[in-house]
Design a protein around this ligand. Structure first.
Ligand SMILES: Cc1ncc(COP(=O)(O)O)c(C=O)c1O
Length: 386
C-alpha cells in the first residue's frame, strides 16, 4: 500500500470533469463506421485523408517486405537503412533546407532538438501557447525560459530587448499553426526579430506540414523565410498520416544533433514500414500539390458557417477550428450529444488549454465532403446553442 496518494488525485480530477480516459475506436481517419453507422470524425489529424491511401499503404508494405518489422538498432549503431536517408533527403529538399533528421515522434523531435541548441547558460523565448513537447524540451535543456504573449511579435520584441545584454545563446520557439487554436503565428515578423537580435529561431510545423505551402511544405516555405528560421520542425503523424517526427536544418545542426541529441541517439531507429509510409505520403503530396489548398478552402467554408451562426472560433485560420465553450462539463456534454448524432468532436479541457477555455476542437479533413460539412455545421450549431 504505497499508492494511497493516488486516489485523491483521481477523485479531484473526476470531480472537476477533468478525468481522462482513452476511448476505443474501430478505425482511423475523418470518417469511420461505428456500429454500422458512418460517423464524421472531427478529432482526427488525418488532414489529407491519407491514412488508408492505397499508395501510402503499398509503400509501407514494400518497406516491410524488404527490411522486416523493426530497424533492430539505434541509428548510430546499425539501425540506419537506406530509406531513412532517402526520407531525410526528401524532407530536406521539400522544406528548403540543406539537411533533415528523423526522430521517433514529433514529441521526440522537439525533446531532442531544443536541449541540443540551448543549455543552462542560455535563454529560450517561447510563445505562451507552444505545445507541451516544446515546454518539456525547454525544461530538459535547463535554459532560462522566457514566455511571450501568444502570437504577439511586439511582446517578443520587448522580451528580447529586456534581455539584450544577457550572455549566452538565444533561441526563439513558436508554432506556425497552433495545435489547439488553429491560428497562425506572425512568422515573418518573428523571423525579422530573430535576425535583428541574433537569436536562433525554431518553428514547429506539426500542423502546417502537408496542409500549407507549396506541395504542403509548410508556412516557412510559403513565406520564403528558410534562411531566418534556424530549425523547421515537423511531424509525420498528422497530415502525412503515419508516425514520426523530423527537423529540417543546416548540415552543421544535423551533425551536432547526431552527436548530442539524446532523443536521437538513445532510441531505436523508426521501423521500415513507418518510413515507407512517409515516403508514400510524400509521393502523394508531390503528385497532388493542391491538396492543402482544397483543405483550406473547405475549412474556410466550414468556419464561416459556424462564425455566421455566432459561434466563437477564436482566431482560427486553418483546418483546426476550435469552438470555445468555457466550462469543462458543458464542453463534455456537448461533445457527448454530438457523438449520439454521428459527430465526433472531442472536448479539450485544461491543462491542454487554459482554464475557462474548454472547447470542441474540430479538425477538418479531406474525408469530409462539402455536404458532410454542411450537415455537421447545422448539428454543431444546434448543439452549442441549445
Ligand atoms: C504542435 C505539436 N508539436 C508536436 C507534436 C508531437 O507530435 P507527435 O504526435 O508526432 O509526437 C504535436 C502533436 O501532438 C503537436 O500538436
Amino acid at each position: 500500500m504505497r499508492e494511497q496518494w493516488i486516489q485523491p488525485i483521481l477523485d479531484e480530477a473526476a470531480k472537476n470533469g477533468l478525468e481522462r480516459t482513452a476511448g476505443v475506436y474501430p478505425d482511423t481517419g475523418g470518417k469511420i463506421v461505428i456500429d454500422g453507422k458512418t460517423v464524421l470524425n472531427f478529432s482526427s489529424n488525418d488532414y489529407l485523408d491519407l491514412s488508408h491511401h492505397r499508395h501510402v499503404m503499398d509503400r509501407s508494405r514494400e518497406a516491410l517486405d524488404q527490411y522486416g518489422i523493426g530497424s533492430t538498432a539505434s541509428r548510430l549503431v546499425t539501425g540506419t537503412l537506406p530509406i531513412h536517408e532517402e526520407l531525410e533527403a526528401r524532407l530536406a529538399a521539400e522544406k528548403g533546407y540543406p539537411a533533415a533528421l528523423i526522430f521517433g515522434t514529433g514529441y521526440m523531435a522537439n525533446a531532442g532538438t531544443i536541449p541540443a541548441l540551448a543549455g543552462r547558460d542560455d535563454l529560450i523565448f517561447a510563445d505562451k501557447l507552444v505545445h507541451a513537447s516544446m515546454i518539456d524540451a525547454c525544461k530538459l535543456s535547463g535554459a532560462k525560459l522566457v514566455r511571450f504573449t501568444h502570437n504577439d511579435a511586439s511582446a517578443l520584441e520587448q522580451r528580447l530587448e529586456q534581455y539584450a545584454g544577457a550572455a549566452g545563446r538565444k533561441l526563439i520557439i513558436t508554432e506556425s499553426v497552433f495545435s489547439m487554436d488553429g491560428d497562425i503565428a506572425p512568422l515573418q515578423e518573428i523571423a525579422a526579430l530573430a535576425e535583428q537580435h541574433d537569436a536562433m529561431l525554431m518553428v514547429d510545423e506539426a500542423h502546417s506540414t502537408g496542409t500549407f505551402g507549396p506541395n504542403g511544405a509548410g508556412l516557412i516555405r510559403e513565406y520564403g523565410i528558410e534562411k531566418s528560421v534556424t530549425v523547421s520542425m515537423g511531424t509525420i503523424s498528422k497530415a502525412l498520416a503515419g508516425f514520426g517526427g523530423f527537423i529540417a536544418c543546416s548540415e552543421n545542426i544535423r551533425r551536432l544533433l547526431v552527436n548530442s541529441s539524446r532523443a536521437f541517439i538513445y532510441t531505436t531507429a523508426p521501423p521500415p514500414a513507418v518510413i515507407g509510409a512517409a515516403l508514400g505520403a510524400m509521393d502523394v503530396l508531390e503528385a497532388s500539390p493542391n491538396l492543402g489548398n482544397i483543405l483550406q478552402a473547405n475549412s474556410n467554408y466550414f468556419r464561416t458557417m459556424l462564425h455566421d451562426a455566432g459561434l466563437d472560433t477564436m482566431q482560427s485560420e486553418s483546418q483546426i477550428i476550435p469552438i470555445v465553450i468555457g466550462d469543462n462539463e458543458t464542453a463534455l456534454a456537448i461533445s457527448q450529444r454530438l457523438r449520439k448524432e454521428g459527430i465526433i468532436a472531442a472536448a479539450i479541457r485544461p491543462p491542454t488549454v487554459p482554464a475557462g477555455s474548454a472547447r470542441l476542437r474540430l479538425s477538418i479533413t479531406l474525408a469530409h465532403h462539402v455536404d458532410d460539412l454542411e450537415r455537421a455545421a447545422k448539428r454543431i450549431i444546434s448543439a452549442v446553442k441549445n
